[in-house]
Design a protein around this ligand. Structure first.
Ligand SMILES: [Zn+2]
Length: 477
């Protein structure tokens, strides 16, 4: 494998994205159109994403469980908006065991309905609340236009489903999980995100309202990277999720759902990658440090390999690999690990062994500027320090890039211009008509109405009506 044929980002970002996934061996195309095979390196990245999120879910009182892949068709029909939203994407099983089924089964596109059905059996009194359950699962949505990780027929995710006694508690939970996604994106993936509410048009089918974390990719398009939905009593009423309150009165529950998927791998690729390949955030990288030994003859080989093993042992607290492929040159290996986005590379040659020092190269800073000599005894502290520095500078770089490409567009012409190569932040009257016009004219959609905004007085960029709400508009994946 080599990177000499990797298309440059500014030449064709979409082609760059497709190639990098293949070359870094993250995923491959499956024989069924639109399906994805996640390869071991990609899955290891997803596993680290899972670990980081799962720890946060558990720390906030959630438990994991597993619900079935098949859902009776009639369940989806119980919530009107939900079935309308998902019908075009459903995979439906009509036969099983060689016989036609009495009722068709849907392969879950999401699990609000079946989990709601189970909650109606489990929840009896206010003492049973809140119910805080998450599941790690695969889901199927029959998409017509697919991209590896970003949009595939089958994808992997977590979906949290909670039930509460009051509207206020459900809203609190919805926001709590939104902020957990934000914290994860920033502090694990080094991806800056904007948190906000989805417009009525863009919200989840069946939700009262949806919150989102939105990230800007390297081509300035937006990627919805995680969502948290306040479902109000919509699903509780559809599935009869009721409880007896302290006054012995029957009440409907208030429910939420929230999810983050393998799409996030796409966010990592497109936020941080460059023309040499991936750059993985150190806290999620399957391999944080790779050791590349350099030698010319057998005598050198023995000394260098011995020392490399010693360095590897000294750094056993990190996810570290010693590249002992003797058939490949160091130059080939450098390119290979750069393509795979390993944050730190340790180079060890005979002179380094003699000096009891190694060279450490940062993936995010090319050439000499990113290299430093480190004494053996200082290795663990220095590697930790470098990984933390890498994380912070990746986050800073992505934040600067994003902020440079967000334009405060005060007129419709400015908005149209801004969304050609960035996002527009503009006053909007909150009408569906103005939102639809922007989408029709520019292909940009409302990414979110940010939670933190000053609500300054202004006028809708489309219709001129007075409003104090601003929203982000962008083309999106
Ligand atoms: Zn308007």
């Amino acid at each position: 494998m080599s990177n000499d044929s990797l298309t440059a980002q500014n030449e064709n970002f979409s082609e760059w994205y497709n190639q990098i996934i293949q070359k870094a061996e993250l995923a491959d195309y499956a024989p069924v159109r639109g399906c994805m095979v996640v390869r071991p390196y990609g899955w290891a990245l997803w596993e680290n994403i899972q670990k980081a999120l799962d720890a946060r879910f558990k720390a906030t009182g959630h438990q994991n469980a597993a619900f079935p892949l098949f859902i009776p068709m009639s369940f989806l029909e119980k919530e009107k908006e939900h079935v309308e939203g998902f019908s075009p994407e459903l995979a439906v099983v009509t036969h099983g065991g060689g016989q036609e089924l009495e009722e068709p089964l849907v392969v879950r596109p999401t699990s609000e309905t079946i989990i709601g059905y189970m909650y109606s059996k489990w929840i009896k009194s206010y003492r049973d609340l809140p119910v805080l359950i998450n599941q790690w699962a695969n889901v199927v949505r029959w998409e017509m236009r697919t991209r590896l990780f970003l949009r595939t027929l089958e994808f992997y995710w977590q979906e949290g489903h909670t039930a509460h006694a009051t509207a206020a508690e459900a809203e609190e939970e919805t926001l709590r999980m939104l902020h957990i996604y934000e914290d994860f994106a920033v502090n694990e993936a080094a991806i800056p995100v904007i948190t906000g509410m989805k417009s009525e048009t863009e919200k989840f089918a069946g939700a009262v309202h949806s919150y989102t974390i939105e990230a800007m990719m390297g081509d300035t398009k937006a990627l919805q990277s995680g969502t948290s939905h306040n479902l109000g009593q919509n699903f509780a009423k559809a599935f009869d999720i009721q409880y007896l309150d302290t006054q012995n009165q029957l009440q409907y529950c208030w429910t939420t759902s929230w999810g983050l998927s393998t799409r996030f791998v796409g966010a990592i690729i497109m936020t941080h990658g460059d023309d040499q390949g991936l750059i993985l955030p150190p806290r999620l990288a399957p391999i944080q440090v790779v050791i590349v030994p350099i030698f010319r003859n057998e005598d050198e080989q023995q000394k260098v390999m011995e020392y490399a093993e010693k360095v590897k042992n000294a750094l056993s607290a990190f996810r570290i690999t010693l590249d002992d492929r003797f058939e490949q040159t160091p130059g080939y290996k450098f390119n290979d690990w750069e393509m795979r986005g390993v944050p730190l590379r340790i180079e060890i040659g005979p002179r380094d062994v003699a000096n009891d020092k190694v060279v450490i190269a940062r993936r995010d800073i090319p050439g000499k500027a990113g290299k430093s000599f480190v004494e053996f005894n200082a290795l663990p502290q220095t590697v930790q320090q470098l990984l933390d520095e890498l994380h912070l500078s990746m986050l800073q770089k992505a934040t600067d890039f994003r902020d440079e490409h967000i334009i405060n567009a005060a007129s419709y012409d400015e908005l149209k211009e801004a969304v050609q190569n960035g996002w527009a932040y503009s006053h909007w009257c909150e009408s569906k008509a103005c939102e639809a016009k922007i989408k029709e004219d520019t292909k940009a959609t409302i990414r979110c109405i940010p939670l933190s905004q000053e609500h300054t007085k202004g006028t809708c960029v489309v219709c001129g009506k007075a409003t104090n709400t601003k929203a982000y508009f962008a083309k999106a994946y």
